[in-house]
Design a protein around this ligand. Sequence first.
Ligand code: KG4
Ligand code: ZN
Length: 439
Amino acid sequence: MLILNKTAGVFFKPSKRKIYEYLRSFNFHPGKVFLHKLVLGIETSCDDTAAAVVDETGNVWGEAIHSQTEVHLKTGGIIPPVAQQLHRENIQRIVQEALSVSKISPSELSAIATTIKPGLALSLGVGLSFSLQLVDQLKKPFIPIHHMEAHALTIRLTNKVEFPFLVLLISGGHCLLALVRGVSDFLLLGKSLDIAPGDMLDKVARRLSLIKHPECSTMSGGKAIEHLAKQGNKLHFDFKPPMQRAKNCDFSFSGLQHVVDKTITQKEKEEGTFIISKVGQINNPGFCLKMPVCSVGIEKGQLLSSAADIAAAVQHTTACHIAKRTHRAILFCKQRNFLSESNAVLVVSGGVASNLYIRKALEIVTNATQCTLLCPPPRLCTDNGVMIAWNGIERLRAGLGILYDTEGIRYEPKCPLGVDISKEVGEAAIKVPPLKMKI
Ligand code: KG4
Ligand code: ZN
């Protein structure tokens, strides 16, 4: 179909979406005729209530999201019953908004896809029970979605990426390296043995009271660290990368968090003593030593003068740790011929993937190993409804996990991704050649 642009006097080829909208203006609904697949995706696994309608060409017809970040920032972390309540309050409106922006009647949907694993039980429950009601009402097939699978496949919506590819998922709740061999075919190469990098950065940011910093008050912890790090000197603190001796692809961040925590406590004492003696109220070091730590240290909420240096150093160590484990995963996959020789792809996603410093560290690794580094745009790196709908499309196309009867379906707060071969990766004990991390 060509449309004549009257002002320019030329014909142009409209997008599929424009054609559908044009046909609809005559009350013609092409959905069942040639718009084969259209999926509504619903996400409530953590602290975002999100929904989107996506078609099989990757067109996003409508999307809506309600983020709870601001509320959780104030309480210093996610409180599950609060997250649940906020999902309950918003889910109907968010799904309605995604549908109405898309101008698609629910009857035109091919299926409804919803995150049912892994995540916070109370949050997953809201999305699942809402979706099951909708599925029942609309008589549509239901596609249960694994949240990490959705993160991993998002890149295929924005870029032409064939299987297999390597994926690194780094966020507040996840940290894993996996080989993606197909829509539902994953080999898990490594994961965090404790907390995720975003969680660690959030904790450090809270410990540094960055919420009180005028430039960072509305930012997530990780973003605040990245922002402040630009003003700091990473060489002022030497935080060692974790797990240097373990020749596997697992991660660890809680040890680093404790070391940073201890450094902050030390700095608070030093700066507090300095502040007190500077104003001349207490000039006797002996007196200071006898006082409880809190009255010697700087006040809670006050910013350390070395906060930017600490942020820069912790970001650098995090980047080096992530880069090294990823480097080993690439070498392992190459050794086993798991990745294409000529076009090996590393996909990085999750909230922490929007950190440009960490991306640069990964770029150094992919350049050294002749891989292509791909990241979805930031809005698709963090939790969203589009990735869930797209995962639904991928599953519809592959004919995998489409349910016509939802009897007995449950959410699963804990659920590993794919087949875990991390032990085999460790046994291969691949030595990673040193790379200069000049970022
Ligand atoms: O993917 P996401 O929205 O939610 C899940 O955790 O699943 O990721 C949020 C996490 C938070 O921990 C946040 O601090 C971190 O991603 N984050 C960042 C940046 N932006 C968000 N970490 C480092 N640098 C950033 N620029
Ligand atoms: Zn996520």
